[in-house]
Design a protein around this ligand. Structure first.
Ligand SMILES: Nc1ncnc2c1ncn2[C@@H]1O[C@H](COP(=O)(O)OP(=O)(O)OP(=O)(O)O)[C@@H](O)[C@H]1O
Ligand SMILES: [Mg+2]
Length: 393
């Protein structure tokens, strides 16, 4: 069918044509924004889930809600070895400048800018040619210890936002890459703002390993933040995600065509978009049939291998690949670390550093103590396709 009108949207963070199954979390974002708008405390959240389930789409939407409400928002995508003070300074500066335009001479906005300037200089943030342009205030966010400075800074910004009838939404993607210190600094900052009824909220997203990063602070943090789980869609929602965009173009699906897509994708959003895309291209006319879906199977798989799966493999060393292949040999789901080590051909202690390295890279996580699973859905099938020969030499 007409490629130009293909409605599906496979790709990182690309909004789906029909966003289904995420009402609860989007309502939570709206509610949090409504509450800070009237000076009430609110619950920030960090959405947790595997690769390709639609976490980025959710926090992008939450940012849009904040913008629609006329609030300031900043967006940070964390990465391995990110320097959070750098990223925050660069993101906060334009937001504060916008606030200061709204309210040109407000003392509190000037004070927040002074705090940002101190913060940037305490953390030696270098940004060429950019001048924050206000004199610092001694003692405000200037110790160089992020756990002390970030709460001061965000409180100062919260006070400025409140004084100009605005609010600040902090959106952070790939939260699992933040260090434990950065994470606790952020969490404490949000907590302080909440206690002072200041309009600052955080909407984050990350892989399941971020739960482990909260360490001892876990139970306290879980009272302050929600960690909604983002997972595969229900079959009903998955059908809707496929059918609605096609119907809007006057195209129907044969029921067994839909069921086949649901089966091969296990209702994971990214895969649904990819299969929908190729089934659309394979079909000559409406309805899209099971035969069209079967014809598009190899194309969808090879596109996913290239775009979604292999990029992860490229970041692994040969021994890491072997560990991943051993895990894949055990099939889908989570497996005991001892069983994986056995498959790998070594004892648990000697493969422990390998396992930790893969967790830090975001490839696997530990759903429960001593268990290990892929962070990418259907990665076991990919590993077996990619490395068909087992055991690896
Ligand atoms: N609720 C949904 N219904 C249908 N499709 C969706 C839904 N949410 C996301 N998608 C689609 O899934 C794909 C992946 O979305 P997104 O990039 O937000 O996932 P992610 O969880 O952030 O993945 P990653 O961990 O790799 O960053 C996109 O093509 C998007 O259009
Ligand atoms: Mg994402």
């Amino acid at each position: 069918m007409d490629a130009k009108r293909n409605p599906y949207s496979p790709g990182a963070g690309i909004p789906p044509p029909t966003l289904v199954g995420r009402d609860a979390i989007l309502d939570a974002a709206r509610l949090a924004l409504d509450r800070i708008g009237i000076g009430r405390p609110c619950k920030s959240f960090i959405a947790v889930g595997l690769r390709g389930v639609g976490k980025t789409v959710i926090i992008n939407q939450a940012q849009q809600f904040a913008e629609d409400a006329g609030f300031q928002s900043i967006y940070i995508e964390a990465f391995d070895e990110i320097r959070l003070p750098d990223a925050l300074t660069k993101a906060l500066r334009p937001a504060l400048l916008k606030l200061s335009k709204k309210d040109a001479v407000h003392d509190l906005t000037r004070r927040a800018l002074a705090g940002l300037r101190n913060f940037a200089s305490a953390f030696k943030v270098s940004f060429q040619g950019i001048n924050i342009g206000v004199r610092g205030e001694e003692g405000l966010a200037d110790t160089g210890d992020i756990v002390a400075d970030l709460p001061d800074l965000l409180v100062a910004i919260g006070e400025a936002a409140k004084a100009s009838n605005s609010a600040l939404a902090i959106i952070i993607d790939e939260v699992q890459y933040l260090s434990e210190t950065d994470m606790s600094a952020l969490i404490m900052s949000i907590h302080r703002c909440n206690q002072k009824l200041l309009p600052v909220v955080l909407f984050g997203a990350g892989l399941p390993q971020l739960r482990g990063k909260m360490g001892d602070a876990k139970s306290y943090v879980e009272r302050l933040f929600d960690f909604p789980n983002v997972d595969a869609l229900s079959s009903e929602d998955a059908r809707l995600a496929l059918e609605k965009p096609a119907n809007d173009e006057g195209v129907q699906y044969a029921p067994d065509a839909l069921e086949e897509i649901l089966r091969v994708t296990s209702c994971y959003p990214y895969f649904l978009q990819e299969w929908g895309h190729f089934a659309w291209l394979a079909a000559r006319q409406s309805p899209i049939t099971k035969d069209d879906v079967l014809k598009s199977h190899d194309l969808a798989i090879s596109k996913l291998d290239q775009s979604f799966f292999r990029v992860r493999l490229d970041r692994m060393t040969p021994t890491e690949r072997k560990y991943m292949r051993a895990l894949a040999e055990l099939g889908p789901g989570s497996h005991r670390s001892g069983d994986i080590a056995k498959k790998y051909g070594a004892n648990v202690t000697s493969v422990a550093p390998l396992r930790s390295g893969l967790i830090a890279k975001g490839m696997i996580y530990s759903p429960a103590h001593g268990d290990t699973a892929f962070t990418v859905p259907l990665f076991d099938e990919f590993m077996r396709r990619e490395m068909p020969n087992w055991p690896v030499r």
